[in-house]
Write a protein of this length. Structure first.
Length: 758
């Protein structure tokens, strides 16, 4: 019996190679010796998978006469099947593998061993040479092995043979969409946490000109597919050389990856008793702490890179501190100098140029970021400049303020500052995280500074865009996360799965931006938002922060749409659990929008507190004590809290009196309304169904509230009236008469006053 097997912890190349081998050895059975990852499990459960794998315990070892090993040539890596080698000297062994030679390698009768990017590449060539037909499903499964092991043809281990094999498989019907669906799967929440841990704990070292990232992590439970997360992390930060030192429970391990030819991580891991490829390797760390392992790693790398320095004249790393231009594949595809010059007020553009010059002189890397860049691309006016510098933002703000003869104020706890320009503009400056690491004496001190890490911590892809300010790259758009594309397509997308959990205000920001730009939330973002709501994440927000976000929503142009979206996502209950959104509430919020637009056209002072009016709409169905609770939840000041608790009674009185049928006189309307808060009046207008009520409030706000008397207290004194409560009474009576048209000129007012004094 022929048995095809592979190494423990099977990956896609193992599976693909076994499937390919089954074409070369018809009738052979296939068995994994040990476990396999979640992605493979998902693939196996899909309709694209149709191969039979025998469980290792069901393989009758006595029957096996011919062993076909793929993707390994080590007996120690084939688990229970290694017994075959010990027990059967007549066993025929064939080996197909792409791993570098090792002392313990088995000898095979057939040995197809070459340093291709994937083992299945080697097998594909044989299948092609022998003209063995492949089905589309077989070709798809096989191309997955190549894609995984070459990082979709991006790793330096990718060979022309891999590309030829992939081209052949595509001709046989391989579907890359299916391949990427199973290979580039979404990370689980747990994996995202790990990704975040990597982000937080990674230190960047510049060792002999090369950038090396090392993360030290202590986790309490095992997580499958660590390698996938590491891969994602490297892709995200465009990292070439990465080591993770991870301790899970009592077990410590090294995960090593390199896309840089000068660093063979297989050899490095070998020094720790592990092994692997030049581009991917691992080791179990025994008898040393993670910190000791890091020291050893640093000195190994220093040695390895010093040899390389001698061999390779100029590594592709640029000057100290440069992260953006280091990798020419970064998507620096657009320069925004012209749009800035055309769209911004000349004064503001001049300020941006001054910031740029100052940054060059310091020197420091400076970038415009956030909403300003987003709005520039959307051609929406925004004069709020947000600048991020890779270094000390507070110091930079001081230098800038000095240069422009403005002033600056720093907020050391946040590493931010604000610069006030003499022209009246204000610019916020933030420091991208910058840390210094002292490494063993032989190694250079290294600075880590990262715009990318700063942007990655932001809310949505379209808010994580940046514009370079340093010459000669002034105006270049930096788009690490596809924000430009999402802006074009009108999509709201979080940068990572923990975004809402990290900062619950983002739930409301997503809804606000959706309403403002009429964008759509992308599927995963919507799912994460729902999950965050279900987890009750908004309960973690303080009243003030929740209110602040609501206020911003209510100050937008179409809060009614946002309120409806909040209701769809079940967010309103976090203001008060008994608020229920229904058609009436929808209609009222629509009406509030209309009433506010109408009021704005009057250009009257004071401006109403819009948020208070919308909250009245939301609180409509609540009892007095519930309204009080709602106001407490939002931590409102006593005056607003009182209004929110009492407005329904006030409104009922107004509506009842004004909708009695008989038209009220202007003086009656005025007497009824002039002491009410503007917000209550506007809300009543939005709520009332009676035309008479709306007309009366409108009359009061447009006209009655503006009517002033010609005469004043001085005139009453001259008429012989002594100051006291009577004064106001007289003036008020005359005003009411004036409102009803009974007096109008100064003389008539004086005449009426005289009569009353008598
Ligand atoms: N930001 C974030 N998460 C938040 C708040 C802000 O990531 N909860 C980031 C975003 O990059 C945002 C920037 O900080 O663009 C500035 O925030 P802010 O001024 O509140 O928002 P803008 O995006 O400028 O939006 P707006 O136009 O409403 O001011």
């Amino acid at each position: 019996m022929k048995l095809i097997t592979t190494h423990l912890n099977a990956d896609f190349d193992s599976l693909a190679s076994m499937i390919a081998a089954s074409k070369l050895y018809p009738g052979a059975i296939m068995a994994f010796p040990g476990s396999w990852g979640d992605s493979i499990r998902r693939f196996m459960a899909s309709p694209y998978y149709s191969w039979k794998l025998t469980k290792p315990q069901e393989v009758d070892l006595n029957q096996v006469t011919h062993l076909i090993m793929v993707d390994t040539k080590l007996a120690s890596r084939i688990g229970p099947f290694s017994q075959l080698i010990a027990s059967n000297p007549a066993l025929k062994i064939d080996i197909y593998d792409h791993h570098p030679p090792q002392p313990d390698d088995l000898k095979g009768e057939i040995e197809e061993v070459r340093p291709a990017g994937a083992t299945v590449t080697i097998l594909t060539r044989l299948i092609k040479e022998r003209a063995i037909p492949l089905t589309a499903n077989e070709a798809t499964a096989m191309i997955m092995g190549i894609c995984e092991d070459t990082g979709f043809f991006s790793f330096p281990t990718t060979s022309s043979e891999d590309l030829e094999a992939a081209a052949y498989l595509l001709r046989c019907g391989a579907d890359l969409n299916i391949a990427s669906h199973f290979l580039k799967e979404e990370l689980t929440l747990e994996q995202f946490e790990f990704l975040n841990d990597l982000l937080r704990s990674s230190e960047r070292y510049r060792i002999r000109g090369a950038e090396v990232f090392i993360a030290i992590l202590y986790k309490d439970k095992y997580m499958s597919e660590l390698g996938t997360v590491v891969q994602r992390f490297m892709d995200m930060l465009k990292i070439d050389i990465f080591f993770a030192l991870v301790k899970i429970g009592t077990h410590s391990s090294l995960i090593a990856r390199s896309r840089f030819k000068g660093v063979d991580v297989g050899a490095v891991a070998g020094e720790f008793g592990g092994g692997g490829h030049p581009s991917a390797a691992s080791a179990s760390l025994r008898g040393m702490s993670l910190l000791e392992a890091r020291e050893k790693l640093l000195s190994l790398l220093s040695e390895e890179l010093s040899q390389m320095e001698e061999e390779v004249s100029a590594p592709s790393f640029s000057a100290e501190g440069e992260i953006i231009t280091r990798n020419p594949t970064l998507p620096l595809f657009q320069n925004l100098t012209s749009p800035m010059r055309e769209q911004l007020p000349a004064e503001l553009f001049a300020i941006i140029e001054t910031i740029s010059q100052t940054a060059d002189v310091v020197p420091i890397n400076a970038f415009l970021v956030g909403g300003f860049v987003r709005d520039l691309l959307l051609k929406i006016e925004n004069v709020d400049l947000d600048v991020v510098v890779e270094g000390d933002g507070i110091q930079f703000a001081k230098t800038l303020a000095q240069k422009v003869e403005g002033s600056s104020k720093g907020f050391p706890q946040f590493h931010t500052a604000v610069v006030m320009f003499p022209q009246g503009f204000k610019v916020d400056i933030a420091s991208a995280r910058t840390e210094f690491y002292e490494v063993p004496a032989a190694l250079p001190v290294v600075q880590e500074s990262s715009l990318r890490a700063d942007l990655y911590r932001r809310d949505f892809t379209f808010n994580a865009l940046a514009v370079r300010l340093n010459k000669p790259h002034f105006g270049e758009l930096i788009d690490y996360f596809g924000g430009r594309r999402d802006l074009d397509e009108g999509i709201i997308r979080v940068l990572h799965n923990l975004s809402f959990i990290e900062d619950p205000t983002r739930l409301l920001r997503a809804i606000r931006f959706q309403q403002r730009f009429q964008f759509q939330m992308e599927g995963n973002t919507r799912k994460l938002l729902r999950e965050a709501v279900e987890k009750g994440i908004l309960n973690l927000l303080s009243g003030t922060r929740l209110m602040n976000e609501l206020r911003l929503i209510f100050e937008e142009e179409h809060p009614a749409v946002a309120i409806q979206t909040m209701a769809e996502f079940d967010i309103i209950k976090f203001i008060h659990p008994h608020i229920t959104y229904d058609k009436t509430m929808g209609r009222i919020s629509d009406n509030i929008e209309k009433v506010i637009s109408w009021y704005n056209l009057l250009y009257r002072e004071p401006e109403p507190k819009l948020w208070l009016i919308y909250l009245m709409g939301l609180f409509e169905g609540l009892s007095t004590s519930e309204r009080q609770e709602g106001a407490e939840r939002l931590n409102l000041p006593p005056k607003e809290s009182k209004t929110l608790t009492a407005y329904p009674e006030e409104m009922t009185v107004i509506i009842t009196k004004l909708s009695r049928g008989k038209e009220a006189k202007p003086s009656q309307i005025y007497s009824l309304l002039h002491r009410c808060r503007l917000e209550v009046l506007l809300y009543t207008m939005a709520k009332a169904e009676h035309e008479a009520v709306k007309q009366a409030i409108s009359l009061c706000l447009r006209h009655l509230s503006q009517v002033k008397l010609h005469i004043s207290g001085d005139d009453l004194l001259k008429l012989g009236c002594s100051p006291g409560p009577l004064f106001n009474k007289i003036l008020r009576k005359i005003l009411l008469a004036k409102l009803d048209g009974r007096v109008s000129t100064r003389e008539e007012e004086v005449e009426m006053a005289k009569k009353m004094i008598k």
